[in-house]
Design a protein. Structure first.
Ligand SMILES: NC(=O)c1ccc[n+]([C@@H]2O[C@H](COP(=O)([O-])OP(=O)(O)OC[C@H]3O[C@@H](n4cnc5c(N)ncnc54)[C@H](O)[C@@H]3O)[C@@H](O)[C@H]2O)c1
Ligand SMILES: N[C@@H](CCC=O)C(=O)O
Length: 541
């Protein structure tokens, strides 16, 4: 088809409320019940065929009820990864030859299916497998993934329309080719939307993909793969391999056709991937594109002019929603003494009133469990260390893993702004608070700007415009997403392009044109209509 079509103009998906008695709530509750008892094989998908990986089995459980097994997956072996690469290579010529409109239609259809008949399935799977509350699942596995799928199509069209100038007698064109080889998408446990976006954004641009989800997100990833198939994704375009990733590191990172890595996860894993690519650099056909969004130690700085109610809500939502397991979660707060004196008791009491429990069994629950035993052990150690430290006050917080991996929302007050609690990413519901004298606002900005290695998100809470301007300027490089009088979480596709710098990643802004440009390799074509036939220039006489 030769027409240049307009793509649908995207708008952010409506967030359903799941209020008691609503139709969406009862549909979700029904689906949760069905999936909780399903106990399914969480297979790989290679060349369109589902099969279990050949390595050791891994139980995928409900974090808030770890005795309850949702399904079994298996670690992929080196041979599994080789098979996936070979299926991707086989699918590549037909996929990249397909017009953009045909490719885009697959992902637009997936968005519509997810907005309709698949919504409850993906939300229920995310609640059960990742311990998200109904609202946290809805903004992730439904709305954000739908937005990624729709907005990326519009951004891709915008990218393709970017063309060079032409002079008289010449036509210059830019062709946005997919990368030569395969893209490796390695995705984290905490967002089903990110897990869906990393493989699909590269595939939309004509690439073939090997997708390795996190084992603790495998339940929702399994249904995401089925959704893409239902939308008509041809076999082999996205191949899912399961497990912990060791075989991926060994085989895919050493493959000459590794064309790109689309990663989200911890800084340590990303550095391992980048280092391995560096070690193999002479063996690739091209230079692999490396995109990685990683950890954070995200801040909330309050000025003496801050409204204590705004600050309290920003901290409770920013630090404790989804158990603090958002890369954007507020994990350090700097509060002037005058404001702290007015809010402290209410803040601690409200935190203690938050409900923590079985998010999928009782949809009114605010928080679930942390993802697994490793995360639980890390948070337990951080709380025990704080309890033992003479300069840290544990204002509230406790843990219990007898039924689920529960860590109660924890607030640690510490006079030393260089303590570990202001530097290290715990990735859990643990908030460090440093209370400063009101006159020291400038000093605090200078100290906290570089104390942690990350630069992902941060907020200033203030009513004084000079203070907002000062914080915005002084913290210019301390966050890739900066918020004024808001929590540092909850970026919306198309509205707050997301990503951070320093140790937080390459800041290629997921769900934006800046990200999509990493998955194409532009070819410039110059055509001269009436070419010269004499090599001499006027100055030669
Ligand atoms: N900046 C962002 O946009 C963003 C978004 C979400 C999460 N995160 C970060 O992700 C982290 C939490 O996610 P996580 O616990 O899933 O991270 P992780 O690094 O443990 O795992 C991420 C993925 O890498 C895989 N992996 C681990 N070791 C590997 C190896 N040697 N070879 C190949 N693959 C390997 C995992 O199985 C998983 O699929 C936090 O640090 C958080 O800040 C960042
Ligand atoms: N984009 C999400 C965070 C993703 C990382 O976990 C937010 O803005 O809260």
């Amino acid at each position: 088809m030769d027409a240049i079509s307009n793509v649908p103009v995207p708008a952010n998906e409506r967030v359903y409320g799941y209020a008691p008695g609503s139709a969406e709530r009862s549909a979700l509750e029904d689906r949760v019940k069905e999936l909780a008892g399903a106990s399914i094989d969480l297979t790989m998908t290679i060349g369109g065929e589902q099969r279990l990986g050949g390595g050791v089995p891994i139980d995928v459980v409900q974090p808030h009820n770890h005795a309850s097994v949702l399904g079994r997956t298996n670690d992929a072996t080196a041979q599994d990864v080789r098979d996936a690469i070979s299926a991707a290579r086989q699918a590549a010529p037909a996929w990249r030859a397909l017009s953009f409109d045909e490719r885009a239609a697959v992902f637009l259809k997936a968005a519509d299916l997810l907005a309709g008949p698949w919504r409850a399935t993906l939300n229920a799977a995310t609640m059960l497998g990742q311990s998200k509350s109904a609202y946290q699942a809805e903004i992730d596995s439904a709305c954000e993934l739908i937005d990624f799928l729709r907005f990326n199509v519009a951004y891709a069209r915008q990218l393709y329309a970017e063309q060079p100038a032409s002079s008289p007698g010449v036509w210059n064109r830019m062709e946005y080719r997919p990368l030569e080889g395969f893209v490796l998408a390695i995705t984290p446990f905490n967002f089903s939307a990110i897990a869906g976006n990393l493989p699909t954004s590269a595939a939309l641009m004509g690439n073939v993909v090997i997708w390795k989800p996190s084992p603790t997100q495998q339940f929702a990833a399994h249904f995401t793969m089925r959704l893409l198939e239902a939308a008509g994704l041809p076999p082999g375009v996205i191949n899912m391999v399961t497990g912990n990733g060791q075989a991926i590191s060994e085989v895919a990172l050493a493959h000459p056709e590794l064309a790109g890595i689309h990663f989200t996860g911890s800084t340590a894993t990303f550095q391992h991937l980048w280092r391995t690519v560096g070690e193999n650099i002479a063996s690739y056909r091209g230079y692999p594109r490396i995109v990685g969004e990683t950890g954070g130690k995200d801040f909330v700085v309050a000025h003496p002019s801050a409204d204590p109610g705004v600050l309290t809500t920003a901290l409770i939502r920013g630090a404790f929603e989804y158990q603090g397991q958002k890369c954007s979660a507020a994990s350090r707060a700097y509060v002037p003494r005058s404001v702290w004196n007015r809010m402290r008791d209410d803040f601690v009491a409200t935190t203690e009133s938050l409900t923590v429990g079985d998010v999928s069994g009782d949809l009114s629950t605010f928080m679930g469990a942390v993802i697994d035993d490793r995360a639980f052990a890390k948070h337990k150690a951080a709380i025990d260390r704080a309890r033992a430290a003479s300069n840290i006050d544990v204002l509230t917080g406790s843990y219990d893993d007898s039924v689920g991996y529960f860590v109660k929302p924890t607030i640690l007050e510490c006079a030393d702004p260089a303590d570990e609690i202001f530097v290290k990413e715990y990735f859990g519901p643990i908030l460090g608070v440093h209370v400063y004298e009101d006159r020291d606002f400038d000093q605090v900005l200078d100290q906290m700007e570089g104390i942690a290695p990350y630069a992902l998100t941060g907020s200033i809470i203030a009513q004084d415009r000079y203070a907002i301007a000062a914080a915005s300027e002084r913290l210019r490089f301390a966050a890739g997403n900066f918020y004024v009088n808001d929590k540092p979480t909850g970026a919306v596709v198309g509205q707050q392009p997301f990503g951070g710098a320093r140790a937080s990643g390459t800041n290629d802004k997921a769900g934006s044109i800046f990200n999509l440009i990493r998955w194409v390799n532009a070819r410039t074509i110059k055509e001269t209509f009436v070419p010269p036939t004499d090599h001499r220039y006027p100055h030669m006489g």
